[in-house]
Design a protein around this ligand. Structure first.
Ligand SMILES: Cc1cc2nc3c(=O)[nH]c(=O)nc-3n(C[C@H](O)[C@H](O)[C@H](O)COP(=O)(O)OP(=O)(O)OC[C@H]3O[C@@H](n4cnc5c(N)ncnc54)[C@H](O)[C@@H]3O)c2cc1C
Length: 565
């Protein structure tokens, strides 16, 4: 059977290895990280917290993980990772109940994130509406609802043409409306539930994801709008996964950096990988190659020899600066602080914080022998805006020392949770904290081609970058630039969250879908008789199809969207 070399062992690389292995291919994965698998999805052992037992650490993470109910691809793969007793890692997903929008100086809005199934749920909806109505005007709500209705009833051609070119901020008319409108409606859901920036992300991407979430919340049978794992990610998912892959013969090499793709006779003839620990450089050779490193790491691999074989891959270089920092910080508390049973959005936070209190979802995970034995809850926070001044220290997070980041984040959390004299968080609760280790000084290698292609400012930005693993944001008018999973080089395939997919968002779902597409291409070109991996479209309620058909006629006639209801 053909041999496939997978370069990069994050969710995309592991998904590709998994689906290839199931179909009988020989697979080798080369991953830079010497310790952890799963890329940005990994959880980590917090250094120095194995105080009681040398083998037991507090669990940290790059950023908390959530799996919305519209995910189909990654969850399908999870269903085929066995846990024993007929169970799979998919069974480790649990639904949250509520999403909370905290606000400085006002009570939070707490909304059920599934269809209401109890009087309490219904009461919560009305309560949150009542609180919201104090700040939002009726006109705000109606205007926003109109924008959402337009998205629901637009044809897909209008998405590809019109909504791809307009930012979510502009589409929703945010700049001319109140701060409550901006915080609660425009940024609220998108900040917490998709890792993207309302100001710059395209309406095609944000609008589609927004609708998927709304459809889930309104679907009575779907009780899985927002799911999380029932233990730290490594324990609940990535360790069982890597064990299964290696048991089934996948060779996963940790601590190997891919330095170059080699070409000969119009195709890839090998990859140069370097053992990070020893410095040893080797050439690895296979029949097919899946490049599954993220866009900013793929860019330096796009040499002239590669571009001579597929000039369109130059777009990877153009896309490389379209990444933003988004990273986590965790607070380990000696007090049970559960907040709501789901995610919390801090709508007044300048650093765009979101959080989840995790221990309540980890019933079988014992913290008592980790750290100093006093930790009973873990508040995991994602910082999504690293360039705006903090509410208290007036500095962007990217210019702060780790201690300063911790202090400012904690103050921002307290500002929105300690309301009306109620103290939810106090300083003496913190036993430990951990800032993602990716936040450190680095310089991205700038190849001559990147120098030529990118502006001096963009190159300088990559040079002073300090987040080792930033996240792609789908900016306006970049869909056309994003590559497919296949290339014009017959044995090179791409699988990562920047590849064109139905998911169209840098997520674990997008990474898995890209991997499935790459695997399907390999199946086709190799002549394998194996079944193709299933690919799903985004959900589109049947009820809306007639409206979308009318809009398609309008669109084809060069007309604007019109409400025909
Ligand atoms: C803070 C944060 C929170 C997030 N939360 C969620 C969430 O809740 N739900 C969700 O669906 N998505 C979430 N995402 C997005 C999601 O994590 C990513 O889109 C997804 O994990 C990307 O997977 P990937 O395999 O394409 O890339 P990566 O995860 O980046 O994996 C690529 C791998 O390649 C390796 N690599 C890089 N360069 C080289 C090289 N030269 N040689 C060898 N190996 C190399 C890396 O070490 C890494 O392991 C979040 C992202 C962030 C940053």
């Amino acid at each position: 059977m053909a041999k496939v070399i997978v370069l990069g062992g994050g969710v995309a690389g592991m998904s590709a290895a998994h689906e290839l292995m199931l179909r009988g291919f020989t697979v080798e994965v080369y991953e830079r990280n010497p310790e952890y698998v799963g890329g940005k999805a990994r959880s980590v052992n917090v250094p120095g917290t194995n105080i009681i037992d040398p083998n037991l650490f507090l669990p940290g993470e790059h950023g908390f993980r959530f799996f919305p109910g519209f995910y189909k691809h990654i969850t399908a793969t999870m269903k085929t990772i066995p846990l024993g007793n007929g169970k799979s890692v998919y069974d480790n997903l649990v639904s949250t109940d509520t999403v909370m929008i905290a606000q400085a100086g006002a009570l939070p809005l707490v909304m059920p994130d599934n269809f209401p199934t109890s009087l309490k749920d219904v009461a919560e909806i009305f309560y949150s509406m009542m609180v919201a109505s104090e700040e939002l005007t009726k006109e705000d709500v109606e205007f926003f609802a109109g924008r959402v209705w337009q998205l629901m009833t637009s044809c897909k051609e209008r998405y590809a043409d019109e909504y791809e070119s307009i930012g979510w901020w502009e589409y929703t008319g945010a700049s001319t409306r109140s701060s409550a409108y901006q915080r609660l409606l425009v940024e609220g859901l998108t900040r917490s539930l998709v890792a993207c920036k309302a100001q710059t992300a395209s309406t095609k991407t944000v609008g589609m994801i927004f609708l998927q979430l709304i459809y889930l919340m309104l679907e009575p049978k779907a009780q899985d709008t927002d799911r999380v794992l029932n233990a730290p990610t490594n324990d609940a998912w990535l360790y069982p996964w890597i064990d299964y892959l290696t048991l089934k013969g996948v060779k996963y090499f940790k601590g190997y950096n891919v330095n170059a793709l080699l070409t000969a006779n119009g195709q890839i003839s090998g990859a140069t990988v370097q053992n990070i620990a020893t410095g040893e450089i080797i050439n690895v050779v296979g029949d097919y190659y899946v490049l599954s490193v993220p866009v900013e790491k793929a860019a330096p691999l796009m040499t002239q020899a590669i571009l001579d074989l597929d000039p369109s891959l130059e777009n990877i270089i153009t896309l490389a600066p379209n990444v933003e920092w988004m990273n986590g910080i965790q607070f380990y508390l000696n007090t049970q602080v559960d907040l709501n049973r789901g995610h919390t959005i801090y709508s007044s936070s300048n650093w765009a914080l979101t959080s989840i209190s995790q221990k309540q979802f980890w019933p079988g995970y014992d913290l008592s022998k980790r750290g100093n034995g006093k930790v009973v809850s873990v508040l995991s926070v994602d910082i999504s805006s690293w360039y705006t001044n903090g509410n208290f220290n007036n500095k962007p997070a990217q210019d702060c020392e780790p201690d300063e980041i911790k202090d400012e984040v904690w103050k921002q959390l307290k500002q929105e949770l300690n309301i009306d004299g109620k103290v939810t968080l106090s300083d003496d609760m913190i036993e430990f904290w951990y800032l993602d280790a990716d936040i450190q000084p680095i310089t991205t290698p700038i190849t001559p081609l990147m120098k030529r292609k990118l502006t001096a400012e963009e190159n300088a930005d990559l040079q002073k970058e300090m987040d080792l693993e930033p996240l792609l944001v789908n900016q306006c008018d970049t869909w056309e630039m994003r590559p497919n999973s296949y290339t014009m080089i017959p044995n090179l395939f791409l699988a990562s969250d920047y590849v064109k997919t139905n998911t169209d968002l840098a997520t674990m779902e997008g990474a898995n879908e890209a991997a499935r597409r790459a695997v399907n291409n390999i199946i086709k070109v190799s002549g394998s008789k194996a079944d193709l991996c299933e690919i799903w479209p985004m959900y589109n309620p049947l009820l809306l199809v007639p409206f979308q058909a009318i809009d398609k006629k309008h669109f084809n006639n060069g007309l604007k969207w019109k409400n025909v209801f």
